[in-house]
Design a protein around this ligand. Structure first.
Ligand code: HEC
Length: 155
């Protein structure tokens, strides 16, 4: 019986090692771009940095990968968050959104942070510096409101 257990564990190990050769493409484009939120708007550097720390890993063309981000199958789970996150909102391409898209994203940004859906709770468990305080959330919603006013010409 013992020999079967050994063979099973060895096969499992071989499978795990083989899996390491199978990796998703890494999200490592330019962190700051002309069309990005930071350079294409007059957002304050402090708020811009907050977004970079709390959101950019899943919502920009550049991810700061933790060491386990290189280990399959975790790398595939991260890749899923990044792909889906960027599909809904990519701060690196902010200037390319239409006014309508921007307004709906700005409403979403205030909404999702205010009800603690974003940054994803599974992420903030490990990335403690990405957690937002109540003050941060007020600041974010003030900013989104101001941006919407600018777009619709109230300011
Ligand atoms: C760990 C990855 C991750 C981080 C960090 C993260 N998000 Fe997301 N975000 C996602 C994913 C995945 C989706 C798409 C699926 C969903 O809506 O849950 C998403 C969707 C969104 C959406 C669109 C929701 C909709 O209704 O379409 C907004 C707005 C958003 N995120 C804002 C933010 C903001 C603002 C931050 C930072 C304060 C942030 N996210 C941080 C992964 C992340």
């Amino acid at each position: 019986m013992k020999i079967f257990l050994k063979i099973f564990l060895i096969l499992l190990l071989i499978g795990f090692i083989a899996l390491q050769f199978y990796q998703p493409e890494k999200n490592m484009g330019d962190q700051l771009t002309e069309d990005g939120l930071i350079w294409s708007t007059d957002i304050s550097p402090e708020l811009g940095e907050k977004f970079m720390i709390s959101c950019y890993d899943c919502h920009s063309d550049y991810t700061r990968y933790p060491f386990y981000g290189y280990i399959s199958p975790v790398s595939w789970l991260l890749n899923k968050h990044i792909t889906e996150g960027k599909e809904s909102l990519n701060f690196s391409r902010w200037a390319l959104y239409s006014d309508k898209e921007k307004i709906s994203l700005l409403i979403g940004i205030c909404d999702e942070t205010a009800n603690y859906s974003m940054p994803l709770p599974v992420y903030t468990k490990l990335q403690k510096e990405a957690r937002l305080s109540l003050d941060d959330i007020f600041e974010i919603c003030d900013w989104t409101e101001g941006e919407i006013d600018k777009i619709i010409g109230l300011e």
